[in-house]
Write a protein that binds this ligand. Structure first.
Ligand SMILES: Nc1ncnc2c1ncn2[C@H]1C[C@H](O)[C@@H](COP(=O)(O)OP(=O)(O)OP(=O)(O)O)O1
Ligand SMILES: Nc1ncnc2c1ncn2[C@H]1C[C@H](O)[C@@H](COP(=O)(O)O)O1
Ligand SMILES: [Mg+2]
Length: 188
């Protein structure tokens, strides 16, 4: 089966990466995080990486073509061996969803990992104590959240009409959130 599962719209610090790790362990899907792909480019020290770092540090979105090309290349590299793709952190805005469908395909499930703004801020500040992520600081977290509500929330309406959106309550403990995630995947 080929299946793209996305976990946007889900805010920064809602627990996307945490749930993706558990999905990979249980279902064996290929996890592709747009943020991780971008951070790998930054870590490479390339000129493009330096430009990306400046954008991410400010809590802004990197250009659509850059992130979509990275995801597409990563998917092509794993296409032969993958059971299906779990795409974490994309689309961040409706236009990204439209372009994904034109260039790659339609997702079969959109997991909406829902947490309150205050919970997301608390989790990100805590994660920032050890993550080494330059965007896990108070000022950038505020910008990321503002952008999430402005640009990413509308993504839900884009997919809702197709009946593929499953919302999980990420205020709960990690394993309780995962029980809801598993139910959504098992229903595919
Ligand atoms: N259900 C939960 N209960 C308590 N803590 C949680 C829960 N889920 C995740 N966390 C913790 C783990 C991390 O330290 C932090 C953020 O989780 P994480 O999975 O990294 O979020 P994310 O991937 O949505 O954030 P980002 O968008 O910044 O990458 O919160
Ligand atoms: N899909 C994306 N479009 C634009 N910019 C992105 C995308 N995914 C990640 N980014 C940039 C901007 C984010 O603040 C950082 C970190 O992403 P995260 O998913 O929180 O790891 O990367
Ligand atoms: Mg993450």
């Amino acid at each position: 089966m080929f299946c793209n599962i996305k976990n946007e719209k889900s805010g920064p610090g809602s627990g996307k990466g945490t749930q993706c790790e558990k999905i990979v362990a249980k279902y064996g899907y290929t996890h592709l995080s747009s943020g991780d792909l971008l951070r790998a480019e930054v870590a490479s020290g390339s000129e493009r990486g330096k430009q990306l770092q400046a954008i991410m540090q400010k809590g802004e979105l990197v250009p659509l073509d850059t992130v979509l090309d990275m995801i597409k290349d990563a998917m092509i590299a794993k296409a032969d061996v993958s059971k299906g793709f779990l795409i974490d952190g994309y689309p961040r805005e409706v236009k990204q969803g439209e372009e994904f469908e034109k260039k790659i395909g339609k997702p079969c499930l959109l997991l909406y990992v829902d947490a309150k703004a205050e919970t997301m801020v608390k989790r990100l500040l805590k994660r920032g104590e050890t993550s080494g992520r330059s965007d896990d600081n108070e000022e950038t977290i505020k910008k990321r959240l503002d952008l999430y509500y402005k640009a990413t929330e509308p993504v839900i309406a884009f997919y809702e009409g197709r009946g593929i959106v499953k919302k999980v309550d990420s205020e709960l403990a990690v394993d309780d959130v995962f029980a809801q995630v598993s139910k959504a995947i098992d229903a595919l």
